[in-house]
Design a protein around this ligand. Structure first.
Ligand code: FES
Ligand code: FES
Length: 185
């Protein structure tokens, strides 16, 4: 008996269930863009190197070009179309990118914003990065300095070079979220 090369799956995306048949080789990125018309998630390199396709899976960032759609069943997927809470305007990270002009062509922006949302949560949870100088538990949560933001966002490339504004936007969103204040790195 020939093995089947496709399956009917149901994906939970931005709080909505989508049922579709997919070839087992279909990436989550292609399923989003080509099958479900969720084109906010961008395809850059298609090799896991640029971060343009970053989405949140169960709240953690993932490059959707390296994730198979069939392996995404049962997970909570959030794309740029779903980061803002219903009826509450833009997500604070989206607003910060807007306020501080964290984009030029905007191609990398959906992935940058998804990454930044997770970066702020990872930092608030005390996760160290390669830029963290003191990783002892008693050192507590490191300051979210420009160096920390650059390191934590380093998987997201921007060909326009809007990095300075992106770092400022992440810093502002993090400060607004944790302290209710605005700060620029
Ligand atoms: S398109 Fe996925 S990392 Fe570049
Ligand atoms: S704004 Fe153009 S690639 Fe980043």
């Amino acid at each position: 008996m020939a093995l089947s090369t496709s399956s009917a799956i149901t994906l939970n995306i931005n709080g909505e269930k989508h049922s579709l048949p997919v070839d087992h080789r279909t990436t989550l990125l292609d399923a989003l863009r080509e099958r479900l018309d969720l084109t906010g998630t961008k395809k850059g390199c298609d090799q896991g190197q640029c971060g343009a396709c970053t989405v949140l899976i169960d709240g953690r960032r993932a490059v959707s070009c390296l994730q198979l759609a069939v392996a995404s069943e049962g997970r909570e997927i959030t794309t740029i179309e779903g980061v803002a809470a219903e009826g509450e305007g833009l997500h604070p990270v989206q607003q910060a990118f807007l306020d501080l002009d964290g984009y030029q062509c905007g191609y990398c922006t959906p992935g940058q914003i998804c990454s930044a949302i997770a970066v702020i949560e990872e930092h608030a949870a005390g996760w160290p990065s390669a830029a963290t100088t003191d990783v002892r538990p008693e050192a507590g949560v490191p300051e979210l300095s420009a160096d920390e933001i650059r390191e934590r966002m380093s998987g997201n490339l921007c060909r326009c070079g809007a990095y300075v504004s992106i770092v400022q936007a992440v810093a502002q969103a993090a400060a607004a979220e944790t302290e209710g204040t605005e700060a620029v790195a």
